[in-house]
Design a protein around this ligand. Structure first.
Ligand code: UTP
Length: 293
């Protein structure tokens, strides 16, 4: 089997309205809400960097400009930290910056759905495979989720690879659900995907979560701008049309997923990540014990 084209580009759709998180997201993009001391979007960028991604394409919208600022120099702050000898903080800021010219931004002028957001990045992606990371889904694990997916992508000969997670049947109606085929280690062949099915009609309990490796052919499907579940242009619908045209697999990563687009998932992420951080874990653990549950 020949080596598939490398995955060098990642699309990060960040144009959603974040209505589940109001009023926090009225003026602050939900992707900028912090888990411990980093915005959720930064975790996604770090995961992509670890997986070898070289170019980051953000699909933003109105009120999201602070995301651009976050991935740029903050000259006054850097000068102040330098003047005060706060070298550790300064170096931390500089190390986190993506390489100059590796980040681009395009706007989704109306939030018509995830499929539409990805379509907005088509000219930046061009004719090569690409990853999509939804920053709301914080994936914690080693190696990172996208790195595990790229390993599968190389092993199965490329095509489409999605991250998947088993859910209780009553929850599948919130997700794209996979009709599974043959198992291949931590991957499974995908025979079909249905967006937000009635649990009685769901082909399995295996749901697609916010990490994808896509073939550029998906843009041909997205170009049709067909609306799906909820009247939105769904990524799942266009992706599902590639089944049979390119290899299509789902990966059950060993990462833990936190749904930071929901209040409970976001709080859980803060506690779990906090408890994994040697600098704050002891005091956080002690503090949690004082809460009367
Ligand atoms: P969600 O389904 O979480 O929607 O989007 P949302 O609008 O952001 O949030 P709620 O449901 O109103 O609280 C999943 C991902 O797709 C992006 C979001 O930014 C998020 O990363 N998205 C969604 C877009 O970029 N554009 C859209 O039109 C819809």
């Amino acid at each position: 089997m020949s080596q598939p084209k490398p995955v060098r580009k990642a699309v990060l759709p960040v144009a959603g309205m974040g209505t589940r998180f109001l009023p926090a997201t009225k003026a602050v993009p939900k992707e900028m809400l912090t888990v411990v001391d980093k915005p959720v979007v930064q975790y996604a960028v770090e995961e992509a960097m670890e997986a070898g991604i070289e170019q980051f394409i953000f699909v933003t919208g109105r009120g999201k400009h602070v995301i651009e600022d976050h991935f740029d120099h903050a000259y006054e702050l850097e000068a102040l930290l330098r003047a005060r000898g706060r070298t550790a903080e300064l170096n931390g800021l500089l190390e986190d910056l993506p390489v100059t010219g590796s980040v681009s931004f395009t706007r989704q002028q109306s939030p018509l759905g995830l499929g539409h957001a990805v379509w907005c990045a088509r000219h930046f992606v061009g004719d090569e495979p690409f990853a999509v990371l939804l920053p709301d889904d914080l994936m914690v694990g080693t190696p990172g989720a996208l790195k595990q997916m790229i390993e599968v992508y190389n092993r199965v000969g490329g095509g489409v690879v999605v991250a998947a997670e088993e859910k209780p049947l009553e929850e599948v109606k919130r997700y794209g659900v996979i009709a599974p085929g043959a198992e291949k280690g931590n991957a499974v062949e995908v025979k079909g995907v249905v967006e937000k099915p009635d649990p009685a009609m769901a082909p399995s309990r295996l749901t697609v979560i916010g990490r994808y490796i896509l073939d550029p052919q998906v843009f041909i499907e997205l170009d049709r701008k067909e609306k799906g579940a909820g009247g939105e242009i769904q990524l799942t619908d266009s992706m599902a049309k590639l089944i049979g045209q390119v290899p299509f697999h789902a990966v059950k990563t060993n990462c833990t997923r936190y749904d930071c687009g929901s209040k409970e998932g976001f709080l859980q992420a803060n506690i779990a990540v906090g408890l994994s951080r040697p600098d704050i874990a002891p005091s956080l653990r002690a503090m949690l014990k004082t809460i009367n549950l």
